[in-house]
Unconditional design. Structure first.
Length: 329
């Protein structure tokens, strides 16, 4: 199936691309990894002004959504530029609050999420066992069965991606309880997984672009290395994987609100994870040892792919879920 964004959606993606290209995201990522969140939070506010975070917040709460197609369009660009921070977690938190209904934490936090004044970190076991970047989040929440808790972060743990700090949490005050919390948490986890899949698709696309550019410029034996058949085949395989993943991501966005949404999200996350991981492996093989170095920007994208591949559920987890949905298991 072929998905084509309309003119307004394409313009939105192009506008975000220009905004992020001018923001110097490699420097922002390195500052975030070093513990300086200032540039990243400034970029967060710019994204909010562009309407990114409002896409997950209902209009009644000051947002513009939910608009899932526009959301995956935005997260594709956030992935292409490897923007740091709990972005998927915040839109998942918005979905959680919206599902819980008016009053309680929703009344306070949804408008703040939409305007960009509050990043939220969220723990949703088993898919999301740690709170990402809890040290810079305005709120940290954890779902435990039928209860939503305010959470107290512990000591940060290292990640495959140094710009992603993972915090174990201790449950605090109960913010909401009952079966509606469990249902809302499931919907939030699906939207977070979809946002993560879109990020992975964008990361994979950027890695492919950079690798093709390098293969064209780098010469061996008097020829660009991209002219050698083995390199061409690897790059073509990456392109095919990304082109298969892209319609699954958009298809899942179109299925938002339908009974097929959980299944389609899992199909998208599994495909995008594997496609981006293949792009990262190929980028490293083509670039050689330079791809490992901290000073080379490529390493920032490769590390992000390695971390996001299993974030919000591993490919194996999501393939098993697709199979269960198809077989009625």
């Amino acid at each position: 199936m072929k998905f084509i964004l309309d003119a307004e959606q394409r313009l939105f993606g192009e506008t975000l691309d220009k905004l992020l290209a001018g923001a110097g995201t490699p420097a922002v990522i390195r500052a975030w990894a070093a513990g300086d969140a200032g540039p990243g939070l400034a970029l967060w506010r710019s994204l909010a002004e562009a309407g990114v975070l409002a896409l997950a917040v209902p209009e009644a709460a000051g947002g513009a959504g939910p608009l899932p197609v526009e959301l995956v369009t935005a997260f594709h660009e956030l992935g292409r530029h490897a923007v740091p921070g709990p972005l998927a977690e915040t839109v998942a938190a918005a979905e959680l609050l919206a599902r819980l209904g008016d009053g309680g934490p929703a009344a306070e936090w949804l408008p703040r999420i939409a305007e960009g004044s509050a990043a939220v970190s969220l723990v949703l076991p088993p898919a999301v066992p740690y709170a990402l970047d809890a040290g810079v989040a305005a709120a940290v929440w954890a779902v435990d069965g039928d209860r939503l808790h305010a959470a107290v972060p512990g000591t940060a743990r290292s990640s495959l991606d140094p710009s992603r700090r993972l915090f174990p949490v201790t449950a605090g005050a109960v913010l909401a309880s009952g079966p509606r919390v469990r249902a809302a948490a499931g919907a939030a986890c699906d939207l977070g997984a979809l946002a993560c899949a879109a990020q992975l698709a964008g990361l994979g696309r950027r890695l492919l672009e950079v690798t093709v550019e390098y293969a064209t410029a780098r010469h061996q034996f008097g020829r660009p290395i991209g002219a050698f058949q083995a390199v061409k085949h690897h790059l073509a395989d990456v392109l095919v994987g990304l082109e298969y993943a892209r319609p699954l991501v958009h298809g899942a966005a179109l299925a938002y609100g339908s009974p097929d949404f959980p299944r389609d999200v899992s199909a998208a996350k599994a495909a995008a994870s594997e496609a981006a991981y293949a792009a990262a492996r190929t980028a490293l093989q083509v670039h050689g040892a330079i791809g490992y170095t901290d000073e080379y920007d490529l390493s920032l994208w490769i590390r992000r792919v390695r971390a996001l591949r299993t974030a919000w559920g591993s490919p194996a987890d999501h393939r098993a879920r697709v199979m269960a949905c198809l077989t009625g298991g």
